[in-house]
Ligand binder design. Structure first.
Ligand code: NAD
Ligand code: UGA
Length: 468
């Protein structure tokens, strides 16, 4: 016997909370879903015509359910009080200060949301960890809830990590490979897990909804991200060997990927992985390993991040050496600022690191991205709180409104994001070539260009994972 959920509250209206709960609302028209956030600007955007995040397919879902059984609100108290089940989907960034700085997850937002639940809840709740957290966080959450609960109120804690990727959030949520539900192995824990499973079962086959213990579920999330990032670092490490030997990384990746034991996904060499989670979650795993006195394990995972830093540095060095060892006063066009295509998100984008390296070489930089807001680019390239920074930055960096103007008069074009519109089948590279300084260089950090075709036009093309 388990409870049927009628009202859901999601704390945190971000890249995960928004799309996840919008899909839950669409697939469960009988459940009222309220997404709450302490950030009023974000909530206002969710309630407007222009949603705060860009995800293909999301607009239609949100606009179809909003006001019917999907609501966005800043009233966190009310959201909590009314709900039977609460997703905690707040940010868990890497700690900047204090113990574990640079590695450990900052659980301040999770704790504050948990305390908020304990403070205002007037009835039993199922509390679901949706945020990515270190293994055993559910234990702390339960402790906080129980220590602060009103008399007679019972909380069950579940772990239900999210595996969506940005840019494909909607299809990932519609057809997930699996849904994990971790619970305590008690009668109450299993009943809570069954209540949550029913919500997903509205559209996910039961066989793909996997019940397991809480700690396995929490760790599986960190493990999955670490394994995915490890594949990228592995192929990027091989790309360096390719460049030095004449092997072609796309061919090596294809050849290896045909082995069904290896598989073809996540073996695309690149200028380096970005995004809000890979680095953060691996560092979190490194910290966890160190706290468990497992230094060899920590070193193993840390190397995945180090290889990623090396890849960005190596690519920059290739640009500098190709451009006759100096970038001073040269114009570099950066195509793409988002961390991957089909998103406006720039968190940990390799483009940020590259622009900073090029700035240090005193290059002039022009940036174009089809989805990233100008204000975001300025924010990413300045230090918070440094007043003169922006004026200094704008002497060296400009933002273009299209790819052609970014490339006008440039010495080199650097592809940082694999947007389809940067492919040579879309963009008129002949026109770009005409308006560039000569020799005209293209550095393909995403392996999206037909090198022979561009060389035929007169470009000198340098591609990750291919010899010059
Ligand atoms: P985000 O920063 O986009 O959103 C988090 C939101 O939580 C913010 O809007 C913030 O204002 C709000 N918030 C923080 N504390 C709050 C509180 N006490 N009460 C109410 N609102 C509060 O973060 P995100 O990208 O959605 O990530 C959320 C979690 O999901 C992280 O742990 C992340 O690791 C994980 N995750 C992210 C992705 C992804 O693709 N971005 C995928 C899977 C998992
Ligand atoms: C990643 C995971 O794929 C999701 O399953 C997970 O839920 C999410 O992290 C998270 O926890 O936040 P995301 O970061 O949104 O999703 O995007 P990915 O498609 O994984 O790409 C991450 C980075 O790796 C991007 O910069 C991308 O360009 C790069 N990448 C990806 C490569 O360089 N090569 C590849 O083969 C694949």
């Amino acid at each position: 016997p388990h409870k049927t959920i009628k009202k859901i509250c999601c704390i945190g209206a971000g890249y995960v909370g928004g799309p996840t709960c919008a899909v839950i609302a669409e697939k469960n028209p009988d459940i009222i879903v309220t997404i709450v956030d302490i950030n009023p600007t974000r909530i206002a955007a969710w309630n407007s015509d222009t949603l705060p995040i860009y995800e293909p397919g999301l607009d239609k879902i949100v606009k179809g359910c909003r006001g019917r059984n999907l609501f966005f609100s800043t009233d966190v108290d009310k959201g909590i009080i009314e709900a039977d089940l609460i997703f905690v989907s707040v940010n868990t960034p890497t700690k900047k200060k204090g113990v574990g700085a640079g590695y450990a997850a900052d659980l301040g937002y999770v704790e504050s949301a948990t305390r908020h639940i304990a403070r205002v809840a007037q009835s039993d709740k199922i509390v679901v960890e949706k945020s990515t957290v270190p293994c055993r966080t559910a234990h702390s959450m339960r402790y906080i809830l129980e220590a602060n609960a009103r008399p007679g109120i019972h909380f069950d804690i579940l772990s239900n990590p999210e595996f969506l990727a940005e840019g494909t959030a909607v299809p990932d949520l519609m057809r997930p490979d699996r849904v994990l539900i971790g619970s305590l192995d008690t009668l109450a824990g299993r009943a809570a897990a069954a209540s949550l499973a029913d919500i997903y079962a509205s559209w996910v086959p039961r066989g793909q909804i996997i019940a397991m213990n809480l700690w396995s579920s929490e760790l599986s999330k960190l493990a999955a991200n670490a394994l995915l990032a490890q594949r990228i670092s592995s192929i990027n490490a091989l790309s360096a060997i390719c460049e030095a030997t004449g092997a072609d990384v796309d061919e090596v990746s294809y050849a290896c990927g045909l082995d069904t034991r290896i598989g073809s996904k996540f073996l695309k060499a690149s200028v380096g992985f970005g995004g809000s989670c890979f680095q953060k979650d691996i560092l979190n795993l490194v910290y966890l390993s160190e706290s468990l006195h497992l230094p060899e394990v920590a070193a193993y995972w840390r190397q995945v991040v180090e290889m990623n830093e090396y890849q960005k540095r190596r690519f920059t060095d290739r640009v500098i050496s190709s451009l006759f060892n100096t970038l001073t006063g040269k114009k570099i066009a950066i195509l793409g600022f988002a961390f991957k295509k089909d998103t406006g998100d720039t968190r940990e984008s390799p483009a940020i690191t590259l622009v900073n390296y090029f700035r240090a070489e005193r290059a002039n930089i022009s940036i174009y991205d089809p989805k990233v807001e100008d204000s975001q680019i300025w924010m990413d390239l300045t230090e918070p709180g440094v007043v003169d920074d922006l004026a200094e930055l704008q002497k060296q960096v400009s933002i273009a409104t299209n790819a052609y103007s970014a490339c006008d008069d440039a010495d080199a074009v650097v592809i940082c994001t694999e947007w389809d519109e940067f492919r040579d089948t879309y963009l008129d590279y002949g026109r770009i070539y005409e308006n560039m300084k000569k020799p005209a260089f293209v550095f393909d950090g995403r392996l999206i260009l037909d090198r022979n075709r561009l060389e035929g036009m007169g470009f000198r093309v340098e591609t990750i994972g291919r010899a010059a």
